[in-house]
Design a protein around this ligand. Structure first.
Ligand code: FAD
Length: 296
């Protein structure tokens, strides 16, 4: 690992000033679970490291007017175990449960995870189907970026060198909505996925799919939405046949690379299987919610 200048600012403003002063030479350090590995491999060689651990006011989960706001420095484990998250957006609690080990989840932050932008990570497909957006702040500006526009390529996002991700905003899905996250792990339980899939399904009258969103991890250079498959299902009655046809179409929307977790061809086949299963699980979840609320 190369030498670097180390700062541990006490406030967000101080961190943003350091970012502005040092530009591309600087890197933010949140949990460090991703960045330190990259530094050890010399894939990242920042001259200046800005440690965020003293900034305590970016660690929260707050319900707010039909959304859930999650501070960027909230740990994975906090989201996984939060009563607010379980009640309002259970998909997130379920998804974070699948990330690595409890030890890593106790350290890794929500903002660090998204900014890391490794396409093999679990949370991005879940945030994509939820229609989440992130708040990016610099010392002079603040902007909201829909997650659909956030990821650019392997380990690359639209964040500028002077910007910091401060918050994730997640719309709470309507009551008649089911969700699912599934991850294929052929080796060990703490590994990255061979392929993962997240689905969200809002049911209308007669089980018509009012809204459908489907996304994959480990299936391209970023987390991917399967928009063609979603379009096929929107307005259709939810059925095994409809899901099968959409899943077949989703297979052509992914662009996986071969790696030690599976060949590109295998991952493409898995994407079809996982699309179907995720949709079926989201449907079962929506049906269970409707039954529990007495609306079915
Ligand atoms: C052994 C191991 C197993 C893992 N397994 C999984 C897995 O199964 N599934 C999975 O999804 N992930 C897995 N991960 C990845 C893990 O989720 C990421 O390393 C973690 O989410 C990164 O969060 P962090 O807070 O540690 O970020 P850091 O490592 O501190 O930072 C990561 C990157 O984000 C930048 N950054 C950090 N915070 C901000 C911010 N607020 N604004 C802008 N940029 C910022 C940093 O500069 C750096 O470039 C694993 C990691 C390890 C080490």
């Amino acid at each position: 690992m190369n030498g670097f200048e180390y700062h541990a600012p006490d406030s967000l403003q101080e961190a943003l000033q350091l970012l502005q002063q040092n530009g591309e030479d600087a890197k933010l350090l949140a949990g460090g679970t991703g960045l330190i590995n990259l530094m050890k491999q010399r894939l990242a060689q920042p001259a200046v490291l800005i440690d965020l651990r003293k900034i305590s006011d970016l660690n929260y989960v707050k319900p707010d007017n039909g959304t859930l706001r999650i501070g960027a420095l909230t740990r994975h484990r906090q989201v996984e175990t939060s009563a607010e998250v379980k009640e309002r957006v259970p998909l997130l609690a379920e998804t974070y449960k699948h990330v690595a080990t409890v030890r890593i989840r106790n350290v890794a932050t929500v903002g660090g995870g998204l900014a890391h932008a490794d396409p093999n990570q679990d949370p991005p497909p879940a945030y994509l189907v939820l229609g989440a957006s992130v708040k990016a702040v610099s010392s002079s500006e603040e902007r909201t970026i829909p997650l659909d526009d956030f990821f650019v390529d392997y380990y690359e996002t639209v964040l500028q060198p002077d910007e910091m991700l401060t918050e994730i905003e997640v719309p709470v899905p309507p009551a008649n909505t089911g969700t699912a996250f599934i991850k294929f792990l052929p080796k060990t339980a703490d590994d990255y996925a061979t392929v993962s899939a997240a689905a969200l399904l809002t049911l209308g009258e007669d089980e018509v799919c009012q809204e459908v969103r489907l996304a994959f991890g480990s299936a391209g250079s970023t987390a991917i939405r399967a928009r063609g498959a979603e379009d096929m299902l929107r307005g259709q009655r939810a059925s095994v046949e409809a899901f099968r046809a959409a899943a077949e179409a989703a297979k052509d929307e992914v662009d996986p690379l071969s790696d030690p977790r599976g060949s590109a061809e295998y991952k493409r086949d898995m994407a079809e299987v996982f699309a179907r299963r995720a949709l079926e699980q989201a449907l079962a979840d929506a049906q269970a919610r409707l039954a529990a609320s007495g609306r079915r």
